[in-house]
Design a protein around this ligand. Sequence first.
Ligand code: ZN
Length: 444
Amino acid sequence: MKYEPVIGLEIHIELATKSKMFCSCSADYFGAKPNTHTCPICLGLPGAMPKANNEAIKFTQKFGSAIGCKLLLSSKFDRKNYFYPDLAKGFQVSQYDLPFSEEGFLQIKAENGDLKKVRISRAHLEEDTGKLTHATINNRRVTLVDFNRSGVPLMEIVSEPDVESAQEAKLYAQKIRQTARYMGISDADMEKGSMRIEPNISLREMGTKTLPSYKVELKNINSFKFAEKAIDYEIKRQTEILNKGEVPAQETRGFNEQKGITVSQRSKEFAHDYRYFPEPDLPPLHFTERQSEKIKNELPELPDEKYQRFIKKFNLGVYDAEILTREQKVAEYFEEAAKAGGKAQISTKVIANFIINQKPNIEKFLPADLVSQIYRKTQKTYIPDDELEEIVKKVLGENKKAVEDYKKGKDAALQVLVGAVMGESKGNIDPQKAKAMLENLLTH
Ligand SMILES: [Zn+2]
């Protein structure tokens, strides 16, 4: 029997707001001493009243809009009841039937270049839980609870079961991270735990369309590589069970990184086990069409848009455009370098190659410095100074209008002259040098 995987993903992203979701504690807790970012609200003490963080709501709506979701005009928070030591209140404030956004999609590009749409059912907002650490103290196994993370805004993005392989799952998760970073709403760093992936996997007979009767959810995966490995392992494990004529159990499994296998953690709860009901301490929220439109109109350029523009505007190949737009900072760096390089007649392709292959430290190395360096490395012939002076004089003679403009104080005219010198010398001259000589001759 041949099977095909049916994979859906739940991705949690901690939002980079200043304060937590329902209290004024700082949400920037990474590396802080345990239980120092807490108050009666995020410790769930009786009588404490929560207040929703507007910035977190905005961030979720912004992200929802970026992935093509419709923003709901009426929304609310609900209590999701379950008992676990990392949840002080005995319930988590989440969103059940009225999330902030629903019905979107993301496009991923498979290795063969095919574009594939992964539908997204919703992006909603909830609060993060505390963190448990298992340790041995005085020869006793104990569990320690740190509530610094408790109540940090957590956005959950739920996909439809459109993903069909471990590799597609990885690409989808990377696209979510990229989009969150582009929106400036999270660093979505898996190592720090600010992004977490929970794939659910089942198999169905090849060619059938119905969803399988069971689902295995994988938890606590902290890298894209492990997500890929864990899914591949699950596909193999479930295939073996199905081949024996059995049905895999509906359960939650964890990934053992050392052994590269998944292990059973607990049998999966069904939604009704959580006894969801509207959070009585938080009023329902209402928005207008105009507010939704405004959020949509104010979105920054999305990764796909930037990618398309880079191909068109800078004449880049798909591979280069893909790499350069992966991180917004790198994309901006390239754009600045391309602008500076244009004046020195260095092609965008050369600049793109340099950034991709040499990976300059973009925090320290200015785009203009990069262009100068490329210039020095790529120019084979140099024009001697006396020859350059001839060229500059010729250009000044032929561009009377620009010379006049410059003398009237129009600095832009100098760029025209530099461009003309670069053209006349066929690019065999450092534009800075051309500029200096032009300025010298123009002021004497
Ligand atoms: Zn607090």
